[in-house]
Unconditional design. Structure first.
Ligand code: UDX
Length: 444
């Protein structure tokens, strides 16, 4: 099939490359000519494993090309995936001007019948809005073509985006039109055949809600286990074993029960806000999700409290953050808890050093006053304490001896529960983590 993907950011580029890998002819389009130019030269401006290779392979096979001209992308397309950004607005809702602009332009430029598929994470009612915008454009030109709207949310994780897209747990698509459903069936037939993944066929609002509810549920699990971790800290229980014991119940399952510094990234914080916002718009106070957000933000305060407990005050202390990105495997700093911690520590008069294998420069550019060091041991040398902020392999592979030999006093706040408490405590590290045995328990 001929497919256009509008917006070649993280979601769009992965979608384009993976659809091409399943045999479709895909044109990726973006208004930002510099991005398109970069892609023509083989440059991708974000870190995503396997993506550069897949893009190059599909371009070489003649199934993937790029343009900054929407008319070119639309020329042969039967289906257009909308993957433009939906940045948050001050009130918590997403900014939908880019989604609207694509709808309007497709309504204006389409030369053949086409299905417009929302892939950007959008509030559950965007499909109806989009339909209105397109109808107006089609009215203007006398309805010589048909543009149907569909929703096909993505569930890809940064750092695993290619694998998640090529082998998804499920494919969800919603549309009210039989013709559009047929088009989406044909788009996904190769993937469904190849993987055996189930498809959920539904209407547009239900597909949109599946996306909202899935991300909200995952965020809720993380906040749930983080709140449990705080209680574990207070009663001397081990949250990792609690999570393991819970997860063995098939109804609960083991995933997304890793206590730590809370969720960050471009999706969960924004999507939780957007779902709260959407619920409020229809007269529902989603207090559960407001609490999820409050617990998540509170995890950073838990870390600061642990630091203050050990260091008494933070003024003139040197604190090293091991990890900048919001999780390993990505250079994304959006809503990274390390940003918040660095700013809070600087505000309390500490010197903040940071190490990260991929996001160091961007972090230093974002937080004025941090000292960026590209070697974890150097970053820790003679520091007063270290906080494990991202569980990179480069960080996990450090030994207790590395902390004992480099820090001025071996205080480690493991905000990601990346190390084994007994190994660290037995070696003599003043070790604290989130909801597990700590140096203070040993002392008592
Ligand atoms: C997420 C969803 O997983 C994906 O389906 C959706 O499409 C986009 O949002 P992503 O933001 O890439 O993907 O990251 P993910 O791997 O889900 O982790 C999100 C955050 O939660 C990270 O900060 C991670 O450290 C944290 N997390 C995850 C926990 O704190 N505990 C866990 O058990 C799992």
């Amino acid at each position: 099939m001929h497919v256009a993907v509008v917006g070649v950011g993280h979601v769009g580029l992965v979608t384009a490359a993976c659809l091409a890998a399943d045999g479709h002819h895909v044109v990726g389009m973006d208004d930002d000519a510099s991005k398109i130019e970069g892609l023509h030269e083989g440059r991708i401006w974000f870190h995503e494993p396997d993506l550069p290779e897949l893009v190059a392979e599909q371009e070489a096979a003649g199934r993937l090309s790029f343009t900054d001209d929407l008319a070119v992308a639309l020329k042969e397309a039967e289906v257009v995936f909308v993957c433009v950004g939906t940045p948050p607005l001050p009130g918590g809702g997403p900014n939908l001007r880019y989604v609207e602009a694509v709808g309007r332009k497709v309504g204006e430029l389409a030369e053949r019948d086409v299905v417009l598929v929302e892939k950007s994470t959008v509030p559950a009612n965007t499909g109806a809005r989009l339909r209105g915008v397109i109808e107006r454009e089609l009215d203007r030109r006398g309805h010589d073509v048909t543009v149907h709207v569909a929703s096909n949310p993505e569930f890809l994780r940064e750092g695993q985006a290619v694998a998640d897209t090529l082998r998804p747990d499920r494919v969800v698509y919603g549309t009210e039109h039989e013709d559009a459903r047929d088009v989406l069936r044909r788009v996904y037939a190769p993937l469904l055949e190849r993987t055996g993944a189930p498809a959920v066929e539904t209407d547009v609002p239900t597909a949109e809600l599946i996306k909202h509810a899935s991300n909200a549920m995952l965020a809720t699990r993380i906040s749930f286990i983080n709140q449990v971790a705080r209680v574990c800290d207070a009663v001397g229980a081990d949250v990792a074993v609690v999570a393991e014991g819970m997860g063995l119940d098939e109804r609960i399952g083991p995933k997304f029960l890793q206590a730590g510094l809370g969720y960050g990234g471009s999706c969960f914080p924004k999507d939780v806000d957007a779902f709260i916002h959407l619920a409020r718009q229809v007269g529902e106070d989603f207090l559960l999700l407001e609490e999820v957000r409050r617990i998540n933000e509170g995890q950073r305060e838990v870390v600061l409290r642990k630091l203050r407990d050990e260091l008494w005050h933070l003024e003139a202390k040197v604190v090293t953050l091991l990890g900048a990105a919001f999780k390993p495997g990505t250079d994304d700093l959006r809503e990274a808890p390390a940003l918040y911690l660095a700013r809070a520590l600087l505000a309390e008069g500490a010197t903040v050093r940071v190490y990260d294998p991929v996001a160091l420069e961007a972090f230093a550019a974002e937080v004025e006053g941090v000292v960026a060091i590209d070697d974890p041991l150097e970053a820790m040398r003679d520091a007063d304490a270290v906080v494990i902020t991202t569980e990179w392999d480069e960080v996990r592979s450090l030994s207790p001896g590395d902390f004992l030999e480099t820090l001025s006093y071996p205080i480690v706040i493991d905000a990601r529960n990346a190390f084994d408490p007994d190994t660290m405590l037995d070696a003599g590290v003043r070790y604290h983590s989130m909801g597990r045995r700590s140096a203070s328990d040993r002392a008592s």
